[in-house]
Design a protein around this ligand. Structure first.
Ligand code: ATP
Length: 521
């Protein structure tokens, strides 16, 4: 209805007064007639109708909107994100703290006390930049001075703020993604408050974290899942805590076993293709380095990453047990595209042979310089063989990457963690042997370099070699699989090679997930 005019209101009263006579023909008994006369003549009914009408008018004219204070006139048009906030303050403190941002000098809301006036208003948020209080600019004031101004103010206080970026982001759907570093099935978890509400996932899955409000149970969805309902997953802290209790037992026992079989771990890093034959048993890595405890793998925050033209390539790291075929796969890649792929040139302290060229076969350096370089952490891997040092320097990796080539590197798995940096962004491929039966089948004609003596003698794989390869692969997988981005089974070498080639192509051209820590260097 449109609001009633005064004339219309009076007409309505007349109508009310006239009602009993209008109804008379329909009323048989005089008592009823008197009752109607009395009721419609009652003043209280008139005032009730009047109130009803004024409420009707107020609603129709939207008079219930509170009156907003006029906006200050000096708003800078450029500052489109400025917010003017008016809070009414009584004796109670506002419940917010401020700080000066070291780098920009801006006054920032540092904390909002839960339940205080600022919190209850819902208008001021942590991260907001304070520009003015009651028209007084605050940029040139110390936080203490501003606090004094606020303390002295009573009644309405006007703030001019620039909302913090965080504030806006928190209103949107949470955008935190993690890569799961362990398998999880709520069915096997007796601590979960509700198994049906749990979310199962596998190692390597990308999960979108929807809520971390609860310290023990987070809420998450599988990335890309259109179903909006989140499921419960153990929080990082909770998972770390309970794994810390379990791990020492399992790790220690598996390590003992692997120590005895440690010869199955990769003993050499390949120096150059020409030198392959002599590198096989060049040296053993220090055992203590190999068996360090891996961090408890839970979740790692990830972001989408796509290599832009002109960016350096991700470092390609191959790991696997001795003899599984890393050199073979590297060789195939190099042959497939020598302009695109490259391997590092190792350093050595041994004297240069006549047919060798410095910087091509090796970087030949003195023993003393080698030792200094070791001290200065210049090598990702190094070792000693027959009194001479050999090693792969970090700079030799950098030199390839800066030529915009793909660097192929194989290292022992415990060294992966040193390469996991924004600079190298390693793409780690685990090359796994097939079953012993398949090894026997596929490696029938294969000759390997005998590690028993220093001569370049070759021999076929033994049953023991196969068993050791499979066992070592198993140990490596148990301990380091959370660091592997891809697993290739080297059964048929041509199949394994095409799988690797395809995966590397994808890494170069498609958007994929990498740890968020690699994106800010
Ligand atoms: N799928 C395969 N089928 C048959 N032979 C293979 C296969 N993959 C590799 N080989 C052969 O097995 C031998 C060992 O492979 P390769 O030298 O590449 O191993 P590696 O992982 O580099 O080990 P190491 O660290 O001991 O040198 C080589 O003669 C290689 O040609």
């Amino acid at each position: 209805f449109p609001p009633l005019s005064t004339g219309e209101q009076e007409g309505l009263y007349e109508l009310l007064a006239a009602l009993p006579s209008q109804l008379q023909p329909h009323v048989n008994c005089s008592e009823d007639n008197t009752f109607l006369q009395d009721m419609f003549g009652e003043r209280s009914l008139h005032s009730l109708v009047k109130s009803l009408l004024s409420v009707h008018d107020a609603v129709a004219q939207k008079k219930y909107d509170p009156e907003l204070p006029p906006l200050p006139e000096d708003i800078d048009d450029d500052e489109d994100s400025v917010k003017i906030i008016r809070l009414v303050k009584n004796k109670e403190p506002l419940g917010a703290t401020i700080r000066r941002d070291e780098s920009t000098g801006a006054i920032i809301v540092a904390r909002i006390m839960k339940g205080g006036p600022a919190d209850r208003s819902g208008l001021i948020h942590v991260g907001d930049e304070l520009k003015e209080v009651n028209g007084i600019p605050v940029d040139d004031k110390k936080p203490e001075e501003i606090i004094r101004i606020l303390a002295q103010s009573q009644g309405a206080i006007t703030f001019k703020v620039v909302p913090g970026a965080k504030d806006e982001a928190s209103l949107k759907e949470p955008q935190m993604f993690v890569k799961a570093l362990f398998d999880y099935d709520p069915k096997d978890d007796n601590t979960i408050p509700c198994k049906e509400a749990g979310l199962a996932f596998k190692k390597g899955c990308i999960l979108q974290i929807m809520s971390q409000d609860d310290a023990t149970w987070w809420q998450a969805k599988h990335e890309g899942d259109t179903n909006p309902r989140a499921g419960l997953i153990p929080s990082k802290q909770f998972q770390e805590r309970r794994l810390a209790f379990q791990q020492p037992v399992t790790t220690l026992s598996s390590l003992r076993r692997s120590t005895r079989r440690s010869s199955g771990f990769r003993r050499s890093f390949r120096l150059s293709r020409r030198d392959r034959k002599t590198t096989k048993s060049m040296y053993e890595a220090k055992k203590s380095e190999m068996y360090d405890m891996a961090d408890v793998p839970t979740y790692e925050e990830v972001v989408p990453y796509g290599r832009q033209r002109g960016d350096k390539h991700r470092l390609v790291v191959l790991v696997g047990p001795t003899g599984v075929g890393l050199s073979e796969l590297k060789k195939k890649l190099l042959i497939s595209d020598p302009q695109h792929f490259s391997v590092t040139i190792p350093h050595t302290s041994r004297p240069k042979k006549n047919q060798e060229t410095d910087g091509v076969d090796y970087h030949f350096i003195s023993k003393q310089l080698f030792e200094t370089d070791i001290q200065n952490n210049k090598f990702i891997e190094h070792g000693e063989y027959k009194g001479n040092f050999y090693g792969t320097s970090l700079d030799s990796i950098r030199s390839i990457l800066s030529k915009k080539k793909v660097c192929l590197l194989d290292v022992q798995p415990h060294l992966i963690k040193h390469l996991r940096t924004a600079e190298f962004k390693p793409f780690v491929v685990f090359v796994k042997p097939p079953t012993v039966d398949r090894l026997r089948e596929t490696r029938k004609k294969t000759q390997i370099i005998s590690g028993k003596d220093d001569k370049d003698s070759t021999k076929p794989f033994t049953e023991e070699d196969f068993q050791e390869m499979v066992n070592t692969a198993q140990t490596m997988e148990t301990q380091y699989s959370h660091l592997f981005e891809m697993v290739i089974v080297n059964d048929n070498v041509d199949v394994a090679f095409s799988e690797l080639q395809l995966a590397l192509k994808k890494v170069e051209t498609e958007t994929h997930w990498i740890p968020v820590s690699w994106t800010h260097s």
